[in-house]
Design a protein around this ligand. Structure first.
Ligand code: UTP
Length: 460
C-alpha cells in the first residue's frame, strides 16, 4: 500500500488524529511508521468496532442447545474394540506420513507472569524439562517409532518469535531435524479505544495485539505452510496449546476416531470439574456442534443438571484438536471464515502528551474452536482429565505449574504401578517421552529392567 493509499484509508475511517500525527513526524520516522503499519488491516478493525458497538446479547438461547454425541471413554468390550480399531487407523495415518503436529504458542501468558515464552517454562518434576522439550521429545519418539517425519509446527507471535526460535536453536531442536521444525508468526490487529480511535504504542507503532489462537488457521495459510504440507502429501494436523504438559501429541486413537467419523475437525473433551469451572463447553447449538466459552454461556445452561444430578453439559474443551488440512484450506478460501470476538481490557500505552497511561482498549481475536460449527462433520472424544489435561495458566493455585507438575507425577506413577512397580507416596516420578508415551510402553519396556526406587525417579 502506498503512503497515499494508507493515509486515505485512515482518513476515510475518521482516524484524523493519526494522520495529523503522521504529518508531524520526521521523514525517517514516516518511513518507519509506514513500514511498520501499512499492512495492518485497518478496515477490518473498523468493521469489527462498528459490529461490537451494536447492543445485543449474542449468547445462544437455551432452546437451541443440547448435549453432543461423544465418543466416550471405553468401558464396554465393544468400546474397547472400537478404540483398538481407531488406534490401528491412526497408526496407519502416522505410518503413511499423513500427520503434522502444531503447538500454538503465540499467547501473552500474562496470568503466568513468566519472563519469556511460555514454552520455555521449566515444568517437568525431576529434570525440569521445558514444555517445548516435552512436546519435541514426543514428536521425536513418534517419528522414530513410525519411521517417518512428523513436521513439528510452532506458532509464535511477534513478541516471542525470536526468543522461541533462539531457544530451539540453543537446544539443538531437542534432537529433531531442524528442517522438520517450522516456526510461523500469527497475525496482529490494531486495538481501538471504545470510541473507535486507533491507539499509538509509541511514535511509530500502533498498539496491536495477536489475533487469537484462531489466527493459527489463517497464518498457516498466509505463510504458505499449509500449501507446502498438502503438496508433500500430509492430510491431518494435530493441534494443541503450549500450556498442557499432559497432551498426547498425535494420539493414534484420536486420529483414528477422527478418520473413522469422516470428521474435518475433532476435539478431546474432559468432564467439567463442577458447574463453575472456567472451561469452554462442548455442545450442540442450533443443530451444529460448537464450543462456547464459559463466559458466553448463560448461568442456566452452565449449571444445568441431568436427571441423575450430573452436569448436563459435562464436556469441557481441552483445546486438543485435529484439523483436516483441506478444511483449513476451505476456511481460508473466501477471506478468513472464523468470527472475531472483542476483548475489552485496559492497556498501558503512551498518552497524547507521550506519558505512559492506562487506557481502555478493545482487542479483536478469533478462537480456534469457532471452526467446529463450520465443519460438515465434527467428532468429539472424551478423555480422562488426569491422563491428558493439566494446563498451566496461573502463577499459583488451580491450573498452575504446581498442579501440572503434580499431575505429571501422578500420571507417571500410575504408569509405573501398571508395570508392577511400587512407588513411595511422596516420590517425584518422571518418565521421558523418549522412553514411553503410554502405560503400555512402560509395561513393555520395563519387562526386563530394574528401576531404582528413590525419592526422585527418572526413567529414560
Ligand atoms: P490463553 O487463552 O490461555 O492465553 O491461550 P495466554 O495468552 O496464553 O495466557 P493469558 O490469558 O495471557 O494468561 C491458550 C493457548 O492459545 C495460545 C497460547 O499461547 C496458548 O497456547 N494463543 C493465545 C496464541 O497462540 N495466540 C493468541 O493470540 C492467543
Amino acid at each position: 500500500m502506498t503512503e497515499q493509499d494508507f493515509l486515505k484509508t485512515l482518513q476515510n475511517y475518521g482516524q484524523h488524529h493519526i494522520v495529523e500525527h503522521y504529518r508531524a513526524l520526521t521523514p525517517h520516522q514516516r518511513d518507519v511508521f509506514l513500514e511498520a503499519n501499512r499492512d495492518l488491516d485497518v478496515p477490518l478493525v473498523m468493521r469489527l468496532h462498528r459490529q461490537f458497538c451494536q447492543p445485543g446479547d449474542t449468547r445462544p438461547s437455551s432452546a437451541g442447545i443440547s448435549p453432543p454425541r461423544v465418543v466416550s471413554l471405553p468401558r464396554s468390550t465393544r468400546e474397547h474394540d472400537d478404540a483398538l480399531r481407531a488406534r490401528s487407523v491412526g497408526e496407519s495415518l502416522l505410518q503413511r506420513q499423513k500427520v503434522a503436529a502444531l503447538v500454538v504458542a503465540g499467547g501473552q501468558g500474562s496470568r503466568l507472569g513468566f519472563e519469556g515464552p511460555k514454552g520455555t517454562f521449566p515444568l517437568s518434576p525431576v529434570k525440569e524439562k521445558t514444555l517445548f522439550q516435552l512436546f519435541a521429545e514426543q514428536v521425536r519418539c513418534l517419528s522414530a517409532r513410525f519411521g517417518v517425519t512428523i513436521p513439528f509446527l510452532i506458532m509464535t507471535s511477534g513478541d516471542n518469535h525470536v526468543d522461541t526460535v533462539r531457544f530451539f536453536q540453543r537446544n539443538r531442536y531437542f534432537g529433531l531435524t531442524p528442517d522438520s521444525v517450522y516456526f510461523f508468526s500469527q497475525g496482529v490487529l490494531p486495538a481501538v479505544s471504545p470510541d473507535g480511535r486507533l491507539i499509538l504504542r509509541d511514535k511509530v507503532h500502533f498498539y496491536t495485539s495477536p489475533n487469537g489462537h484462531g489466527g493459527s488457521l489463517k497464518a498457516l495459510s498466509d505463510s504458505g505452510l499449509l500449501a507446502r504440507l498438502m503438496a508433500a502429501g500430509y492430510e491431518e494436523l494435530f493441534y494443541c496449546q503450549v500450556d498442557n504438559p499432559l497432551v498426547r501429541i498425535a494420539d493414534p486413537v484420536f486420529l483414528g476416531h477422527h478418520s473413522l467419523e469422516g470428521a474435518q475437525v475433532s476435539t478431546k473433551v474432559v468432564r467439567r470439574r463442577g458447574v463453575d469451572e472456567k472451561v469452554g463447553v462442548y455442545l450442540v447449538v442450533n443443530g451444529r456442534q460448537a464450543v462456547i466459552e464459559y463466559s458466553d454461556l448463560d448461568e442456566t445452561n452452565m449449571k444445568a443438571l441431568d436427571e441423575n444430578g450430573g452436569i448436563l453439559y459435562w464436556a469441557g474443551n481441552t483445546a486438543i484438536h485435529i484439523f483436516s488440512l483441506s478444511f483449513i484450506r476451505d476456511l481460508n478460501s473466501d477471506g478468513f471464515a472464523l468470527p472475531y470476538h472483542c476483548a475489552r481490557k485496559s492497556a498501558y500505552v503512551v498518552s497524547s502528551d507521550w506519558e505512559p497511561a492506562s487506557v481502555d482498549v478493545w482487542k479483536f481475536e478469533t478462537f480456534v474452536f469457532d471452526a467446529i460449527p463450520l465443519a460438515q462433520r465434527a467428532c468429539c472424544m472424551e478423555v480422562a482429565r488426569e491422563e491428558e489435561f493439566a494446563p498451566v495458566k496461573n502463577k499459583e493455585g488451580p491450573d498452575s505449574p504446581d498442579t501440572a507438575r503434580q499431575a505429571l507425577i501422578d500420571l507417571h506413577r500410575s504408569w509405573l504401578e501398571k508395570a508392577g512397580i511400587k512407588v513411595p507416596p511422596h516420590a517425584k516420578v518422571e518418565i521421558s517421552p523418549l522412553f514411553a508415551l503410554s502405560p503400555e510402553d512402560v509395561v513393555e519396556r520395563l519387562r526386563n529392567r530394574r528401576v531404582v526406587i528413590s525419592s526422585e525417579i527418572y526413567i529414560e
